[in-house]
Write a protein that binds this ligand. Structure first.
Ligand SMILES: Nc1ncnc2c1ncn2[C@@H]1O[C@H](COS(=O)(=O)NC(=O)[C@@H](N)CO)[C@@H](O)[C@H]1O
Length: 421
């Protein structure tokens, strides 16, 4: 959400953001509803003033004038009541329209239509060359009996997965490694639910627009979040945090649930794109200072890169273009990790800075140096998400014969093993 005054004063800037972010919104309609609402409010205030003046006049009026004044008061009250529905309708319409206004991309964000227009910034690590014919992750899981796709499909349908034996231990080890890595860097570890109220999905910006991606609980006002960003972003909703409590840096581990509506046919085999996964999420709430926030952006990115480097996985960093960054982002980088079987870098992390766009929707404020309530700035990045990262992990670390080498940094989380399988 942007500040309504900012929108009124900068319609051109906002229209440009709507256009380059490919958001369906007619800003002129929003401005029209805004003007009509202002006129309605002025009319209500005038009527209220008139009714108050009239009410004051009654006791002082001459006896024979009183009935007329009382009638007048009733008529004014009636006229006010008749305006109420229009007032409510305009307020609701304006709020719905405001929720669709995208954030402005920072200067320098490349304009583009989709991920094919993202800009590669740098590559780290060297994709392995194998002296044998490497297997893909599905074949590696199969070889070691680490998965059971047929049985789990019978139980849970498509885009489900289970991991057995050392692969289950590996998944757990990677999650614990990432949570430990972040807590050692000052992030508060937090284990949280994915069950959330619908307004928390409006608060992050997933709604309106992303409703078809989210599983709803039948008969309850509860949904399953696709990322811990959702519950964490609303933890402090409605509060005014003391300045000294900021910045908040949280490493939240949770389940994540996604319908993947619209992804039919993509990544249908294996672990890349499933309905339920687990993620360690980095989340920061800081004061409304872009310079400080951008330092946090670099920190969140560096943390994710540090985790991938510790896992000895080659990756690249790309900057998302305006058409691939979503409505709320001011700045966004993806980290894509090398998948040998596809000979491609595939997205494993998304790092975003949202300014106060999310905080406005969430009612997330702090008291600044002058004691004035201000909307905070928020940022988030993936720490690690399993099982997706197991795809590059298993494929890059496979040895001839199918054993998987465990990087040094991960061994303490896996009973000291240097290999599994
Ligand atoms: N359906 C899925 N199956 C497995 N992993 C997924 C799925 N969807 C997303 N992920 C993983 O979760 C990461 C973050 O998802 S994201 O939508 O890009 N970004 C977020 O959720 C942000 N909160 C940052 O984590 C992805 O980079 C990917 O590694």
């Amino acid at each position: 959400m942007l500040d309504l005054k900012f929108i009124r004063d900068n319609p051109g800037l906002v229209k440009h953001a709507i256009q380059v972010k490919r958001v369906q919104l007619d800003l002129d309609e929003l401005l029209r509803v805004d003007r009509e609402l202002l006129e309605l409010r002025q009319r209500v205030e005038a009527l209220q003033a008139e009714r108050n003046a009239n009410a004051k006049a009654v006791p002082k009026a001459a006896k024979e004038d009183k009935p007329l004044l009382i009638e007048k008061g009733k008529a004014l009250g009636e006229e006010l009541r008749e305006l109420d529905p229009a007032l409510r309708a305009h307020e609701d319409a304006l709020r719905q329209l405001l929720l669709r206004v995208p954030n402005l991309p920072l200067p320098g964000v490349p304009e583009g239509k989709d991920d094919s227009d993202n800009v590669e910034l740098r590559r780290e690590g060297t994709p392995p060359s194998f002296s044998f014919t490497p297997l893909d992750h599905v074949a590696l899981l199969e070889q070691h009996g680490w998965a059971d796709p047929e049985r789990v499909a019978r139980v849970s349908g498509s885009r489900s997965y289970l991991l057995k034996g050392e692969a289950a231990l590996l998944e757990q080890a990677i999650l614990t490694f990432a949570l430990t890595f972040l807590s050692e860097r000052g992030f508060t570890p937090l284990s949280t639910t994915a069950l959330v109220r619908p307004e928390t999905l409006v608060a992050t910006g997933h709604f309106p627009g992303g409703e078809d991606q989210v599983y709803k609980i039948e008969g309850e006002e509860l949904m399953l979040a696709g990322t811990a960003e959702v519950p964490v972003n609303s933890l402090y909703a409605g509060e005014i945090l003391p300045l000294e409590e900021l910045p908040l840096s949280i490493a939240a581990i949770s389940g994540a649930f996604r319908s993947e509506a619209g992804s039919a046919g993509r990544d249908v085999r294996g672990l890349m794109r499933v309905h339920e996964f687990r993620k360690v999420e980095q989340y920061v709430i800081c004061k409304a200072d872009q310079q400080e926030a951008l330092k946090w952006f670099e920190t969140l990115l560096a943390n994710a890169e540090g985790i991938l480097r510790a896992l000895e996985l080659p990756y690249r960093v790309v900057q998302n273009c305006t058409g691939d960054m979503g409505a709320g982002k001011a700045l966004m980088y993806d980290i894509e990790t090398w998948v040998p079987s596809e000979q491609l870098y595939r997205e494993t992390h998304s790092c975003s800075y949202l300014g106060d766009w999310q905080a406005r929707r969430t009612g997330l404020r702090y008291r600044d140096e002058d004691g004035k309530p201000q909307f905070a700035h928020t940022l988030n990045n993936t720490g690690i998400a399993v099982p997706r990262v197991l795809v590059p992990f298993l494929e890059n670390h496979q040895q001839e014969g199918g054993r998987i080498r465990i990087p040094e940094a991960l061994r303490p989380f896996l009973g000291g093993k240097a290999f599994i399988g």
